[in-house]
Design a protein around this ligand. Structure first.
Ligand SMILES: [Zn+2]
Length: 246
């Protein structure tokens, strides 16, 4: 018993010395800052993404036939959800607006002058922020009520615009459905054509279609759309090679 007892004491002693050594190591070793570790481990860390919620202020954009669904409200709601998704993944997000306003100067009285100032200021704001990517959110509307379905648009200036456009459209089909549309190339959208970065415009649905107007108003659809756009962006930044669209 005596021998065994001494042996036990010795082992305990070694244990204490080891524990002390580990403690010393813990105190002397400078642990990495938790926030920087988190940032390092997130998929969009180091990425600057600009979000443009279309319209705002006196420019309401498209409105449903019943007058209850207004484009500027839908675009802002989806943009805010998208902002949160992207920030949670480590992206630095720049918003052209976060409230119900346009970007024209206070003295621009006429609606037409305001509109042209607004869009130029959006381009300037985006370019000054030198983002890696811009996504502009809009709601579609045409005279015929029969068309529906979300669709992405891109300017051909950057190859990446076509790629992200494809991935977002693919995610919209997967997450939301209600569309067989394919990404469309355009040179007619001032903002996505004039910015110095890859850019995609998402028409999140047709407010001129009664069923889709109802969907556009629902928080579920708005969150699902933000999620689809977010997933498309994630796929691009995870290095997925998107086939180039027609
Ligand atoms: Zn619009």
């Amino acid at each position: 018993m005596g021998q065994r007892g001494r042996y036990t004491v010795t082992r305990k002693g070694v244990g204490w010395i080891l524990a002390f050594a580990v403690l010393m190591l813990l105190f002397t070793y400078e642990a990495p800052d938790r926030s920087s570790w988190q940032a390092w481990s997130l998929p969009l860390t180091g990425t600057v993404i600009a979000i443009d919620p279309g319209h705002g202020g006196i420019d309401g954009g498209a409105v449903s036939k019943a007058g209850d669904v207004v484009e500027k409200e839908v675009t802002l709601a989806i943009s805010m959800y998208l902002r949160d998704f992207l920030q949670q993944s480590g992206a630095f997000v720049v918003m052209t607006r976060e409230e119900d306003k346009d970007l024209a100067s206070p003295d621009a009285a006429q609606a037409r002058k305001r509109k042209s100032e607004d869009i130029r200021n959006r381009v300037r704001l985006v370019n000054d922020s030198t983002p890696d990517f811009l996504v502009s959110i809009h709601v579609n509307s045409i005279p015929s009520p029969k068309w529906s379905g979300a669709q992405t648009f891109y300017s051909p200036s950057f190859k990446k615009s076509a790629e992200v456009s494809y991935l977002i459209q693919d995610e919209i089909k997967r997450v939301i459905g209600h569309t067989d549309r394919v990404p469309s190339k355009t040179n007619n959208v001032f903002l996505i054509r004039e910015v110095n970065c890859p850019a995609v415009l998402v028409e999140v649905g047709f407010v001129s279609n009664t069923e889709e107007a109802k969907r556009l108003q629902s928080v579920e659809y708005q969150k699902a759309m933000a999620n689809a756009i977010y997933q498309g962006i994630l796929r691009q930044y995870s290095g997925e090679k998107a086939p180039i669209t027609p």
